[in-house]
Design a binder for this molecule. Structure first.
Ligand SMILES: Cc1ncc(COP(=O)(O)O)c(C=O)c1O
Length: 397
């Protein structure tokens, strides 16, 4: 039986790390995997491609388990932004009145920027589901916005500021009943909880690997495209999306690889993929329900501690387990200064403009005691006001 947490699998820095929902800590297996690929480059030079040619595809079984899909429906490639463009270019087909795109007012900016680009290209509009409280999205408002004019919806599985988890299966069904396609941004859920994108019938999904998957800064992200769309050739094709068997025939004719692999475009970043390969070892044989259960136990504890000791900070993360992602967000007008002051005291949270302090207890490596210590230090800061002299000039808060 596994013993939680699994700190021995990670390079644990000094202090308390609560920012794994921004950049996960380095798994020792990722370090090893990169060293191995560097060694191959050193000794084999271009012959290394014999090994690296199918590296991205070799990660699909592990990734598909994490997102609840068939291996052919996923591929490690690109960034969330690039993958959104690639998927929208193919799947967004405005027809007559049904031409607009739908997102929410609380989406991560890059999702909105990507959707706006496609709205502009097609003379359509990006409609946004408003938030009633500025922190969360009410699912009735998504339902209300899903009119006959919407061609495609993109929603976050977990909202990046408040940590609200949306009902993927329910909203996917709603979108389909309304005649729209639906995609999901799983940046804040992959590696934190189980998914079932195939079972839910989602049309597509995108994610990054640098958060809960711990694959390192700028690691290649990934995408899911449901098998019902595999007959479509990707609109933005590149030679790395060609069928492997004929890729090096170098003809002018693009022959898409089977499934999601066709959405690759150029040569993959092998060293970064190596880190993802190594990072995925941590999840091999891991019971994702147990991972989620520990994540919820940690966020339960943090919410309880905040309720008891941090009365001036409002917990904006939903309390209902079915509505909660992997982090806890605390609202305070001085959140930025509190975040900076915690950092100088060896506790790494993060801050999201204008007033949110995000704390992410990671099931794999955060301890209960670290959460108690963090709340104690926050209490001291609020009592003393010492955070008001913290340096808040860092452009990456
Ligand atoms: C929800 C969400 N989407 C997208 C991104 C970033 O996208 P990309 O990987 O293209 O930089 C982030 C980054 O934190 C995010 O939180």
């Amino acid at each position: 039986m596994l013993v939680w947490p699994r700190r021995e699998l990670f390079a644990m820095p000094e202090g308390i790390y609560l920012d794994g929902n921004s950049l996960g800590l380095m798994p020792l297996s990722a370090h090893q995997a990169v060293l191995r690929r560097l060694g191959e480059w050193q000794t084999q030079a271009v012959s290394g491609w014999d090994e690296w040619f199918g590296l991205a595809e070799s990660l699909s079984p592990a990734l598909s388990r994490l997102v609840g899909a068939e291996p052919r429906e996923v591929i490690a490639t690109g960034s969330i932004t690039a993958n959104l463009h690639a998927l929208l270019a193919t799947l967004y087909r405005p027809q007559g009145e049904r031409k607009h795109l739908l997102a929410t007012a609380l989406d991560f900016p890059t999702d909105l920027y990507a959707m706006q680009s496609w709205a502009r290209l097609y003379g359509a509009e990006l409609k946004v589901v408003p938030s009633r409280d500025g922190q969360t999205i009410h699912e009735d408002d998504v339902r209300a916005a899903l009119g006959p004019d919407i061609a495609v919806v993109l929603l976050p599985t977990v909202l990046y500021r408040s940590g609200q988890l949306l009902d993927v299966a329910g909203l996917t069904q709603l979108a389909h009943q309304a005649g729209a396609l639906i995609g999901w941004d799983a940046a804040h859920s992959i590696g934190a909880m189980p998914h079932d994108f195939h079972g839910a019938g989602a049309d597509f999904a995108v994610w990054c690997s640098y958060k809960y998957l711990n694959a390192g800064p700028g690691a290649p992200g990934g995408l899911f495209v449901h098998q019902r769309h595999h007959h479509l050739a990707p609109a933005l094709s590149g030679w790395w999306g060609n069928d492997k068997g004929s890729q090096f025939e170098m003809t002018a004719q693009f022959r898409p690889a089977p499934g999601a692999a066709a959405y690759q475009q150029g040569t993959p970043p092998v060293l970064a993929l190596a880190a993802l390969d190594g990072a995925l070892e941590v999840f091999e044989h891991l019971d994702l329900a147990a991972l989620r259960a520990r994540s919820l136990a940690l966020t339960d504890l943090l919410i309880e501690l905040a309720d008891q000791h941090l009365l001036e900070m409002r917990v904006i993360t939903p309390r209902d387990h079915a509505r909660r992602g992997g982090h806890v967000s605390l609202l305070h007008p001085e959140a930025r200064a509190l975040s900076a002051a915690l950092r100088t005291r060896g506790i790494i949270p993060d801050y999201r403009s204008p007033d949110v302090l995000r704390l992410a207890p990671i099931a794999l490596y955060t301890t209960e005691d670290e959460l108690c210590q963090t709340v104690r230090v926050l209490r001291e800061l609020l009592d003393s006001g010492a955070h008001r002299s913290a340096d808040v000039s860092n452009p990456v808060p």
